[in-house]
Write a protein that binds this ligand. Structure first.
Ligand SMILES: [Zn+2]
Length: 65
């Protein structure tokens, strides 16, 4: 079974996998890739949330009118 890092798509081999698992970095190949993915996800969610809030405000205003 081979794993690929979701961030850089690098293949994670069996020997490296044990070490990554002990460091809680799986499925990423390194701490850097884990942080990049986490950061990108948080950034995306923040943008979606702020857009949603703007939309809700617009809907509320048009409903009360
Ligand atoms: Zn990686």
């Amino acid at each position: 079974m081979s794993l690929c890092c979701p961030t850089c798509k690098k293949r994670i081999h069996g020997s490296g996998r044990k070490e990554l698992k002990s460091k809680n970095l799986l499925p990423f190949c390194s701490e850097k890739c884990k942080l990049i993915d986490l950061g990108a996800w948080l950034d995306a969610e923040y943008r979606i949330t702020s857009t949603k809030d703007e939309n809700n405000e617009g809907i509320e205003l048009s409903n009360s009118n």
